[in-house]
Design a protein around this ligand. Sequence first.
Ligand code: HEM
Length: 240
Amino acid sequence: MSLTRFRLSSSVGKKFLNGLTGVLLLAFIVAHLAGNLTIFAGQDALNGYAALTHSLGPMLIVIELLLGAVFLAHAASAISVWRDGQRARRRKNLRTASKGGSSRQTVASKSMIATGVVLLGFLVIHLWQFRFGPNEHQGYVARLGDREVWDLWRVVVEVLKNPLWTLFYTAVMVLLGLHLRHGFWSAFQSIGLLGPGLRPLAYSAALVFAVAVAAGFVALPLYIYFLVPTPATGVALVHP
Ligand code: HEM
């Protein structure tokens, strides 16, 4: 690939950036789901996991800033590619876009911008609720062996015991599955890792991946809502 084709402002460059950041976010989603699955093992397991990640100190802040940059680059490149497509379609007066190569038009592919925007909005609410939710200074402290740690379990359970938030999380996780159903194979295609021979396999793998990840994430709010006892501290619509 020539340097001209690789310019980030070119349509190939934007597609590549979107694919590369998409692959990084796929890795994050898998790691995040794995960490969240500790919820099924109970309060100590989730709090222990949070204590471990937060023990990284300043390194965690650096990772979080990089992750934030990846999310923003992914969203910005996606919107830019989409707007280029809209403009080109208007110019050529075409009713449907043909992106060249494999151009399967599915509900998932047609709703990528819509599901992406919902996920971005979700992320703002999600970080405010959990990452920047109440901490030790507001009394969210639990014992873990002989240590006192941040009671992330209480933060999460108080939120997800609220039926409105459970509904919200469940619905958004279904949309996440829809986003991943197209995003998974499309990301690898955009960075040039899918030759024609691999495409059918990647397409099926995307379906398995999207269903597995969405099912894992959907199971979390439903498990907390239906099976975890309501904490004595109650249920939160909005945390302090
Ligand atoms: C049911 C679904 C989910 C649950 C229960 C959940 C739970 C959590 C919890 C407990 C934290 C706080 C971790 C900490 O500060 O140590 C967190 C952080 C975070 N979550 Fe989620 N999450 C869910 C879905 C998602 C999804 C779908 C995304 C991405 C689209 C996402 C992105 C993030 C990010 C970026 C952070 C901040 C990570 C950090 O700063 O270390 N989460 N989540």
